[in-house]
Design a protein around this ligand. Sequence first.
Ligand code: MG
Ligand code: MG
Length: 272
Amino acid sequence: MIHIKSPEEIALIRESALIVSKTLGMLAGEVKPGVTTLHLDKLAEAFIRDHGAEPGFLGLYDFPNTLCMSPNAQVVHGIPNDTPLKEGDIISIDCGAKKNGFYGDHAYTFEVGEVSDEVKKLLRITKESLYEGVRQFRAGNRVGDVGYAIQQYCEKEGYGVVRELVGHGLGAKMHEDPKMPNYGKRGRGKKFSEGMVVAIEPMINMGTQRIRQLRDGWTILTADGKPSAHFEHDVAIVDGKPELLSTFAYIYEALGTRSEEENEFRKEALVL
Ligand code: MG
Ligand code: MG
């Protein structure tokens, strides 16, 4: 069942989403060679609690940590550990926070030091595909329109679109209906309407779309060992159109870069 959110509920989801956005921004300044993912996890947990929220993933389905940390060939759901990041790695950091009974949940794939041009391209295309998907999340469109847009954008580059893991509705539960696959057919699936809130999260592999899972019961990896990228935003339908509840602006501020990419999905300018 899809829970339609009131404007007040959307405001609360935005508040939780922005705590995640700020957490990712804080982490952006800490991701560097030699740092362990477990260290970053502890920083994130303290930061989220300092902002009056609870880590959204810790204990959810018995996940042991605050962050899902998935380097290189790991797609998603990697568990923080004491292996240091190294120059040329990429690391997907997925973070959740819960405040006032509502969740925020989004993710960004960071470069560790200098990465290869082919990996940079994978990150760029995956992030662009996220916005291709967000653009289709509007009243009257359907789940398949979002998936189709993401799939086409990535497959034309020869990338593999993961099938087994998908985006989702978001609200009082971390994972609500509808499921939001990153593949699909135009005009198919559940219809979008005012007040829906979802997390859209393309998981895109440089090589095969096929995946495998580690014996830890969590970590998802590419079957061919090639890198995988993951970007996620929280989005509501407001006045029929997609409105971003999360932002990467804190990340860009920390990295000293700028981007106009979110402007078309925001009615009012974001004040950092
Ligand atoms: Mg997530
Ligand atoms: Mg998610």
